[in-house]
Write a protein that binds this ligand. Sequence first.
Ligand code: PMP
Length: 394
Amino acid sequence: TDQALVVKRTIPREDDISIPSDAVINLDHGDPTGFEPYWRMMGNKCTITFEGHQSLSYFSDMKNMCWFLEPKLDEEIRRLHNIVGNAMVDGYNIVVGTGSSQLIQAAMYALSSGVDDSSAPTSIVSAAPYYSCYPDIANFLKSGLYKWAGDAHMFDKDGPYIEFVTSPSNPDGTIRDSVVNKAQGKLVHDLAYYWPQYTSITAPVNSDIMLFTFSKCTGHAGSRIGWALVKDKEVAKKMVKFIELNSIGVSKESQLRATKILGVISDGCEKTDASSEMVNFFEFGQELMTQRWEKLRNVVKSNDRFILAKYPIQYCNFTKDFTESHPGFAWLKCKANEEDCSAIFRAHKILTRTGTRFGSDPSFVRISMVSKDEEFNLFIKRFQELQELPYQVK
Ligand code: PMP
């Protein structure tokens, strides 16, 4: 009808452009575009405008040790953590970064023992399968301060080290704790996926350094906003120093957009008006992830060629319900151990990330579960076709 046409014209729908059925589907990155329909539903609730005279300064708040952090973003970050219950914020310093990727680097710098003296490079470890960017970032600039030292399970050196604990884990979705536990260790908890759409919120974390990212929380990866909750003021200062020299702060436009969007999420969670039809963001996310995991498990079940781990059902303090994890990535194993699993998917025009990148073996692949609906559905269709092909173990 004409009315429908008007609606269609006024709400630009990028996802109207359908993907050709023979297109290559890239599920290598965890690009969180699957959350786009929720934000489209929010209409202009998240719109902010800037005038030419605004936000010219490098500075946001000279009274704050993190002088480039917008005070309102600080407030909204603390408010959201208090509502969700996933991290302690009282007494913590917040350091904002250009994505949590910049904060990973800032933490490596700040925790390296050689910052204050001339000791040997500090070892950086994480339990395999680990997030593939840690070794890439650690070794990229051949720093004299720190050096990638591999799987934390295999680490047996004495001396200072930094352990990255990713929980829930990227790539395998498990809940993790530190594994080395030696005297000279420093921990960084990367909690990018510790949000209700991915896993049960069982307790607020209160570790020394906790990293979060706007990318995985709301899906706004393009804004490049991350934040660190840092207990020790001296460590926070060093992280701020790193960002000062690296990018003289973090885009104010991005910070103010993040402020607005985090606020809209918190408002939605606090709303107790039962007559409201609007679901809060995490309910939407949880529903989306649950449906996708159900579809994926059905395809995996239809043959015995691949293995997908089961996650424990845990009580979520936020949703007040028992739920299973629905991670942002599927960590899939080909049963025939010698298989190059990513090649099998590549042959069906699905790009995945091979297990070797995560310190594991090529019989594993990591597949993004947060792509656009259309891409995800095409992936499921092709995976089902792959499962139905006759198969012989070599
Ligand atoms: N940590 C983990 C565990 C991640 O998966 C990612 C994104 N893939 C990041 C950090 C970095 O995210 P960003 O730079 O977008 O904040």
